[in-house]
Design a protein around this ligand. Sequence first.
Ligand SMILES: Nc1ncnc2c1ncn2[C@@H]1O[C@H](COP(=O)(O)OP(=O)(O)OP(=O)(O)O)[C@@H](O)[C@H]1O
Ligand SMILES: [Mg+2]
Length: 238
Amino acid sequence: MGPNGGGKSTLVRLLNGLLVPDSGEVAVAGHDPVTEPFEVRKRTGVLFQNPENGLVAPFVEDDVAFGLENLGVPREEMRRRVAEAIRSVGLSGYERREPHTLSGGEKQRVALAGLLAVEPEVLLLDEPTSMLDAPGRREVLRRIGGLRRSKTVLHVTHHLEELLEADRVLVINGGRLVAEVEPGRLMADAALLEENRLVPPTVPRLAADLGLGSCRTPEDLAGAVLRRVWEGSGAEIR
Ligand SMILES: Nc1ncnc2c1ncn2[C@@H]1O[C@H](COP(=O)(O)OP(=O)(O)OP(=O)(O)O)[C@@H](O)[C@H]1O
Ligand SMILES: [Mg+2]
């Protein structure tokens, strides 16, 4: 996370070997993306902030199959995984569409389907939901949440609520790592949030303002409010 121009996409490009660092070192699973690009790229999948940059093939289905082709996956399995990935991003029926005729959100879904078909060890997702409608965003986040159990996911976003389940949040500002915290701690640190132009989502903010502790979902908040009311009535009876 971090403000516009903070350096998030630059980090993604460094990890992918598209940029060479002026100083310091980059290692992905122990490999340098510049000197060992094959080692890094066979383990990682990148979703660029601008989906135009990621789509290369004449038809949607070829684009989604691109990563699998590079890995030499057998034809039948490839067909199955491509169809499943296209379905999982809600683009069934788009197989023979030309990527350049798609809307921004549709392109973002195609790029994501390409990653989901491969399921690489490391996923670099640069604002993967920025162009999606609300249901699309929820579905993609659910899918990313599932992948997090077995993969490493670096998820760049401007929406704090997308990171509530993250193991840790890296805050990048002015090209520097300014904080590395658990989501709950970030949410509770008003100064850190403000310095980095971050606004906590409504539910956790309301819960904090009401002194109800940490709540993530509206259901958590409703439960905490009910408990408060119950405790209050108990005190009156005594
Ligand atoms: N090729 C480049 N040459 C020079 N400066 C660059 C280049 N690419 C990015 N920058 C600068 O580096 C800084 C970080 O850019 P970056 O794209 O990493 O930001 P970001 O955190 O991804 O922002 P956003 O939230 O807007 O996507 C910006 O000030 C940008 O202008
Ligand atoms: Mg960016």
